[in-house]
Design a protein around this ligand. Structure first.
Ligand code: ADE
Length: 274
């Protein structure tokens, strides 16, 4: 997958792109990331990329001209390399919230351009003329779109085949089955008086699976009841939640609804007491 980032802070990407799994994926050629400085397309002695807003008010707005020139030049270069026109994703608090579904959609593309704004944003005509998607990473405002671009890049890149060392780890992630992740433990068995739950030491795989599922259900019910209402649950899940007073609010308990055919939910009713 090819990413082309358009920014006025290219130095922002130096270390994050070199570190960790993303750095390895870049070295291995599974992902490529080309960072372009919008200022290179700005004219005048000071190569300005922003100006005061029409209508007054505080802050500065990024100029349409260097943005349009940089977008068109970079898109042509990326299109030539990919053999198809990559979409331009603009990172902004006004965009579609980034979630698992959107990450999966973006990960299916061969490449994309990521446009990062600073200040109050960009001239709206650039949005009208060139932007294909507007994406937000949350309901708060960052000093620029660059941290958001790194979040998107990281979340999308880790879904690409071969990027994660262990191919089994992605499907078990939080959100992949609509629920939060279960807790994880490694050596030692006891630390500062806290022991690993005995079921994880039992070697009984079915019981481990049921324990993990129930941990997911409990965590999701307590921390993100909104997710639980949308998650593909089995009847056994719902019964267990109800028995443990974990079903969110006064919502109906839709027992009898078909579970997601893809889910590998353990159905055992005589699982270990949790
Ligand atoms: N730029 C500034 N704030 C942002 C946010 N929350 N998401 C994406 N881009 C942004």
């Amino acid at each position: 997958m090819r990413f082309d980032v358009l920014t006025i802070f290219p130095e922002f990407y130096e270390s994050p792109l070199r570190a960790s799994i993303l750095g390895r994926a870049l070295d291995a050629g599974q992902v490529s990331c080309h960072v372009h400085n919008i200022r290179d397309w700005a004219t005048g002695k000071h190569q300005c990329t922003d100006d005061t807003p029409y209508g007054g008010g505080g802050g500065m707005v990024m100029l349409a001209e260097p943005l349009l020139k940089s977008i068109r030049a970079v898109r042509a270069e990326a299109e030539h390399a990919l053999g198809q026109r990559p979409p331009l994703v603009y990172l902004s608090p006004q965009g579609r919230p980034l979630d698992r579904d959107l990450v999966a959609e973006l990960a299916a593309l061969p490449g994309m351009l990521l446009l990062c704004a600073a200040y109050e944003g960009i001239d709206e005509r650039v949005v009208e003329l060139e932007i294909d998607r507007e994406v937000s990473i949350g309901d708060y405002v960052l000093t620029s779109g660059d941290p958001a671009a790194l979040v998107l890049l990281n979340a999308v890149a880790r879904r690409i085949e071969g990027v994660l060392g262990n191919p089994g780890s992605a499907p078990a992630d939080s959100f992949e089955d609509g629920l939060l992740d279960f807790p994880h433990y490694t050596r030692p068995e006891t630390i500062e008086g806290l022991s690993v739950p005995p079921v994880l030491l039992s070697g009984h795989h079915a019981n481990v699976a049921v324990w993990r599922r129930r941990q997911q259900l409990e965590r999701t019910a307590k921390r993100r009841p909104d997710l639980l209402l949308r998650a593909p649950l089995t009847d056994a899940d719902r019964r267990w939640l109800k028995q443990h007073n974990l079903w969110p609010g006064n919502a109906d308990l839709p027992i009898g609804k078909k579970p997601n055919p893809g889910s590998s939910v353990p159905e055992s009713e005589d699982a270990p007491p949790c």
